[in-house]
Design a protein around this ligand. Structure first.
Ligand code: ADP
Length: 164
């Protein structure tokens, strides 16, 4: 049987412990997981971290996961999934508020590429409240965010956010 590949898309601006939890759990379910930093050209300039920085941060905190790789893509997720021959798109759900938009995206992606299933994974209770934008705000207001981001990359994230 061929390898079962899943992709986990997001902006990861920056990656948080909540993202890393989803990556770890998916890596146990699939033969290979590709974390893909998506760039929306309309949002360019709104990201705090460049694509290369975001990719590098994810690579550094997933290096112990041998079946996880990291990539970036600008374009349609359904096309990327086809290109990688992915069987699944992983999405993390934190609250009901994530659901409506994610459900709509899942239906569109299914229409565009019916080879791929969207798999929703519930956030674990420890990470339910975490989002990249929340940690950016807290850090910029002087709060300690080290508990919300992977230890091996926390220094670099905090330095960059403090510089503004
Ligand atoms: P955000 O919504 O924080 O800006 P991204 O676009 O980078 O995050 O999110 C990528 C994916 O990770 C989405 O499927 C999102 O729902 C999921 N996700 C984000 N934060 C968490 C978390 N704390 N726990 C579980 N899943 C999460």
């Amino acid at each position: 049987m061929s390898e079962r590949i899943a992709i986990y898309p997001g902006s990861f601006d920056p990656v948080t412990s909540g993202h890393l939890d989803i990556i770890r759990r998916s890596s146990k379910l699939f033969d290979k997981v590709i974390v893909v930093v998506m760039t929306n050209h309309k949002k360019q300039g709104l990201y705090t971290f460049s694509v290369d920085e975001r990719v590098d941060l994810i690579k550094r905190c997933t290096k112990d996961l041998t079946n996880v790789s990291v990539d970036s893509y600008m374009g349609l997720l359904a096309d990327y999934a086809k290109k990688q021959k992915a069987v699944a798109i992983i999405k993390g759900l934190r609250a009901v508020s994530d659901f409506e938009n994610e459900f709509q995206q899942a239906l569109i992606n299914k229409k565009l590429n019916d080879e791929v299933e969207t798999v929703f994974m519930a956030a674990d209770s420890e990470h339910m409240f975490l989002s990249s934008s929340m940690i950016k705000q807290v850090c910029q207001l002087g709060g300690d965010i080290s508990q919300f981001i992977p230890g091996e990359i926390s220094k670099d994230i905090i330095e960059k956010l403090k510089k503004g």
